[in-house]
Design a protein around this ligand. Structure first.
Ligand code: HEC
Length: 127
């Protein structure tokens, strides 16, 4: 009986060691495009000329002034913003939109820095 349990335990340990080895040493690079589609795509398009959804079109958003998509009705804080959407501003905005644009109605927050970084580098390419 005891030997049987011992054997099972050994197998379990071996199995977990093998499982641990199967994991890559570094986490796989995050796919910004996939993350964007999953987390932003319902509200934002990145296709030039496509009309906004709940949020404005983000084609060419990188280094653009906040609130500059014509025809999109932003809440009041965007036109007062005196900066362009660069990495630090996008990073802070995706962490907490209201901290960067007071009164923003964008209902999204991302606490994970690597996820924000992957999405921002995808946005940079959309020009
Ligand atoms: C549930 C809908 C929703 C989701 C999800 C969402 N957004 Fe937004 N986003 C908005 C809305 C609405 C606005 C405009 C807010 C306002 O007028 O207050 C906005 C504005 C923005 C702006 C400012 C654009 C400009 O022209 O100044 C950026 C940048 C942005 N979103 C990026 C993102 C990214 C990147 C994601 C995903 C990580 C995301 N958003 C997820 C709804 C959303």
């Amino acid at each position: 009986m005891c030997r049987k349990i011992g054997h099972a335990a050994t197998l379990l340990i071996l199995a977990s060691v093998r499982f641990a080895h199967a994991q890559p040493a570094e986490p796989a690079a995050l796919d910004g495009e996939k993350l964007f589609k999953q987390q932003c795509g319902a509200c934002h398009s990145v296709v030039a000329g496509e009309s906004g959804r709940q949020g404005p079109n983000l084609h060419g958003v990188y280094e653009r002034k906040p609130g500059s998509v014509e025809g999109f009705h932003y809440s009041g804080g965007y036109e007062k913003a005196d900066f362009v959407w660069d990495e630090p501003h996008l990073d802070a905005y995706l962490t907490n939109p209201q901290a960067v644009i007071p009164g923003s109605i964008m209902p999204y927050r991302q606490a994970k820095a690597p996820v924000r970084a992957a999405i921002i580098s995808y946005l940079k390419e959309q020009k």
